[in-house]
Design a binder for this molecule. Structure first.
Ligand SMILES: [Zn+2]
Length: 358
């Protein structure tokens, strides 16, 4: 511990934040990504992973390593290794033929480089980034960087402004940007949202109840209170439920309260719902993060979710988000998406007849 009570790892992260004039490393890493993008624009390099690698003059190649990827040093230079066995090993990484996962891995390692670069020649601080007490946070910072590098801000805002933030919009953005859906979910929190949360809304006809619970929670930084499987009633108004029952299929509140235990956080929330029948079943399983279960269980899992009524995606912002470009784009896009679908939508009577579990 140092004189101010920070561990060496925490000191390194604080120096990183400081180098971008940011309050937290999560903001600093987003600024670092933007800075890199500005640099490649000036150098007239392509705004892509290839351009970023060129900007650093760094190679990425396949190697038979145990992890997805690793930053290595060879002849005094950094090199990014991506897992690849057999004939792939030692061949050069090619963005065009790489899988989404491999592209993410390379972008993640670029995140490590951004951190290292900002600490300059302070090797002690660079080494401290690998300390166990900050390791997990550093990894999540690099995931944030990867999502920010793979989906340019302009592309994200424009997509959200046109198609809203529902699951179908997320699916189409993921395929347009050539990234996984999880990367899109993470991208929202590197764009100003405090958290992005995917909710499942289940109908329990035997009890004439509707049960809302968080299926996925991605956050920027620490302190966001919601966790996976928390009930929708932790947010007042219960915004996920509201979106699910609204004819327009979306809802927002600039004065929402998120409460856990005795603590209450004032936040702005916007949520968009899709009925489970609108989303392809395979994607539904993945979105609910059930892909870590053995494949033979997937059918069973889907049957267990037969009572799934809607899947709701929501964005949380700290306090009043009135001027936040992502918030404004999301409102615009949700309105546009809802009016485009208006004819096909019926008021969700079954839901209205249910007794809500709030
Ligand atoms: Zn890493």
């Amino acid at each position: 511990m140092s004189a101010v009570g920070l561990t060496r790892g925490a000191e390194a992260l604080s120096a990183f934040s400081h180098s971008f004039g940011a309050a937290a490393p999560e903001q600093a890493i987003v600024a670092a990504c933007q800075h890199l993008r500005d640099r490649i624009k000036q150098a007239r390099l392509p705004d892509s992973i290839t351009g970023y690698l060129d900007a650093y003059g760094i190679m990425a190649e396949f190697a038979p390593i145990a992890s997805d990827s690793r930053l290595d040093v060879r002849d005094g230079r950094y090199v990014i290794l991506v897992r690849g066995e057999g004939s792939l090993a030692k061949s050069q990484f090619d963005v065009a033929t790489a899988s989404n996962r491999q592209r993410f891995s390379v972008a993640h390692e670029l995140g490590h480089l951004l951190l290292i670069e900002s600490l300059g020649t302070d090797t002690e601080k660079i080494r401290a980034l690998a300390d166990p007490d900050v390791w997990e946070r550093v990894e999540s910072l690099c995931d944030l960087a990867a999502s920010a590098l793979l989906i340019p801000l302009e592309q994200l805002i424009q997509h959200v402004r046109s198609y809203g933030i529902g699951v179908l919009s997320i699916i189409s953005l993921a395929s347009a940007a050539g990234v996984s859906r999880e990367v899109v979910l993470r991208r929202f929190v590197s764009t100003g949202a405090r958290a992005s949360v995917l909710w499942r809304v289940r109908r329990v006809p035997s009890r004439r109840e509707v049960v809302v619970s968080a299926a996925q929670v991605f956050t920027a930084g620490e302190g966001f209170p919601l966790r996976r499987w928390d009930p929708g009633r932790c947010v007042r108004p219960n915004i996920a439920l509201r979106a699910a029952v609204a004819t327009s299929r979306w809802s927002r509140s600039a004065r929402a309260l998120v409460s856990k235990g005795a603590r209450v956080w004032p936040m702005s929330v916007i949520a968009a719902a899709e009925s489970s029948s609108e989303v392809p079943p395979g994607i539904l399983v993945d979105l609910l993060a059930l892909e870590d279960r053995p494949p033979e269980l997937r059918g069973e899992i889907l049957r267990a979710h037969a009572d799934l009524d809607s899947i709701v995606f929501s964005l949380f912002f700290d306090g009043d988000s009135n001027q936040d470009p992502l918030w404004l784009a999301a409102i615009n896009g949700c309105k546009a998406a809802s009016s485009a679908r208006q004819e096909s939508l019926e008021p969700n009577l079954a839901m209205h007849q249910s007794r809500y579990v709030l």
